[in-house]
Design a binder for this molecule. Structure first.
Ligand code: PMP
Length: 444
């Protein structure tokens, strides 16, 4: 049987739900990254590192809530906090002590955070950070980097993927005027800032694009900080994925480089919906009612809702201990090294690499460094790393791994605090079998 035939055979109920779904939901998915041909699996429940699909298959999960679940699925501290809060009300239309507790925790953990404002997603956080930067500096444009992802609002989508100069469908042409796009190169940033005196802020994924799929050059963040200071431009770190994952204080704590504003989501709200902008008091104060002439507008029905606040507090209480990140990091590092050993032994072109608790699987590209064990960055052009495996390889890798009980996210994924060494052994077995299955179909 082929990978796809096995996939169809193992997932009849998911297939049936998919047939219903495409009549009500475009392509049957509600997030582009969940799209899988011929269909995506349907999950019934999840606990710890596992999910169980509607056909009763147990899946070892590396999607981990798109990176939101550093504590794994339904960690009891988070689940209990949410359950308790649900009985006490889910929206007060007023303040709750929990949201203050939550805010103080963010300020305590994120080194550059003096004040914080909650949103409902990472997309909303980058939208708000950009608006704050424009209002604070009185300038019009935001500089962003080719391939860096900051959510799906119109400004953020400029240059998100190749071809970088192409305006994404449905994004108004006028948006171009609000953005400056450069390659990940300090000389290019300097040239852009010299050319254009109307730049309010630089926004960057401080892990490098797509949670370290394309790591930044050494010293890049320090260089950006210096350029931002020289030109009087604000620096925004988008730590939606890296926040509380790279360290309790995110990349900024590890790199020792402080941005003016930080955008957060995912782990900040314990895996429930939520996001935040945190940063310098003088900038954040533009949201306050101190100066009504200068005040910027920010609303959102579900901002800092009690459920997300409860989950966020419970989660931050645990992840403030760096042992949490260290455990997830160590397991990811062991996993990357052991997966590379398999690629080398089977003589499959590719490499598994990453930073922190992330893994990225590149297939179909010769990477000699796979022989070295754990790899931070294969010696490949940025475009190759950003693209990942060719679509057919990526699709069969995901299906093949699902057939063997492992769910990856965009040819990679995240380990969590509840990952254990025996999960690694299971993953390695599934990876090796999947590569053999792919080879049997002459895909590799
Ligand atoms: N910024 C980064 C770096 C992200 O990875 C994401 C989502 N993965 C976002 C922003 C958008 O966050 P959300 O999906 O919560 O809108």
């Amino acid at each position: 049987m082929t990978i796809q035939e096995t996939f169809a055979e193992r997932h009849p109920s998911s297939a049936q739900l998919h047939r219903r779904a495409v009549r009500a939901i475009p392509s049957g998915v509600n997030h582009d990254a969940r799209f899988l041909q011929p269909f995506q699996v349907y999950i019934d429940r999840a606990q710890g590192v596992y999910k169980w699909d509607v056909d009763g298959n147990r899946l070892l999960d590396y999607v981990m809530g798109h990176g939101a679940l550093l504590l794994g699925h339904s960690h009891h501290a988070v689940a209990d906090a949410v359950a308790e809060q649900a009985t006490k009300g889910t929206h007060y239309g007023a303040n709750s002590p929990k949201e203050l507790d939550w805010a103080e925790r963010v300020v305590a953990l994120v080194p550059s955070a003096e004040e914080v404002r909650f949103t409902m997603s990472g997309t909303e956080a980058t939208l708000l950070a950009m608006r704050l930067a424009r209002a604070f500096t009185g300038r019009r444009r935001i500089l962003k980097f080719e391939g860096h992802f900051h959510g799906w609002h119109d400004y953020a989508l400029i240059g998100d993927r190749p071809p970088f100069e192409q305006l994404p469908q449905g994004v108004p042409d006028s948006i171009r005027d609000g953005m400056v796009l450069t390659p990940v190169d300090l000389d290019a940033v300097r040239a852009a800032l010299e050319r254009d005196g109307d730049v309010a802020a630089i926004i960057v994924e401080p892990s490098g694009a797509s949670w370290a799929a394309v790591p930044l050059p050494e010293g890049f963040l320090q260089g950006l900080r210096a350029l931002a200071d020289e030109f009087g431009v604000l620096l925004i770190f988008d730590e939606v994925v890296s926040g509380f994952r790279w360290s309790p204080g995110g990349v900024q704590e590890l790199a020792g480089v402080l941005p003016d504003l930080t955008t957060l989501a995912k782990i900040v709200s314990g895996g429930l919906p939520g996001g935040a902008v945190a940063g310098r008091r003088d900038i954040m104060q533009l949201i306050s009612f101190e100066d009504r002439q200068r005040k910027i507008i920010h609303q959102g029905t579900f901002n800092a809702n009690p459920l997300s606040a409860a989950a966020g507090c419970a989660c931050l209480e645990i992840v403030k201990n760096p042992a949490v990140q260290k455990k997830a990091d160590d397991l990811a590092s062991r996993l990357r090294a052991a997966m590379n050993e398999i690629l080398t032994r089977l003589d499959v072109p590719g490499c598994v690499y990453g930073e922190s608790s992330t893994i990225h699987i590149l297939l179909g590209v010769d990477c000699p460094e796979a022989k070295q064990g754990d790899v931070r960055r294969p010696n490949q052009p940025d475009a190759v790393l950003k693209a990942g495996p060719a679509p057919k390889l990526a699709q069969h890798l995901e299906m093949g791994l699902l057939n063997h009980g492992v769910h990856v996210f965009r040819s990679g994924g995240f380990t969590s605090w509840v990952s254990e060494p025996d999960h690694i052994a299971f993953t390695l077995e599934a990876f090796e079998q999947t590569l053999r299955d792919m080879r049997a179909e002459a895909l590799l």
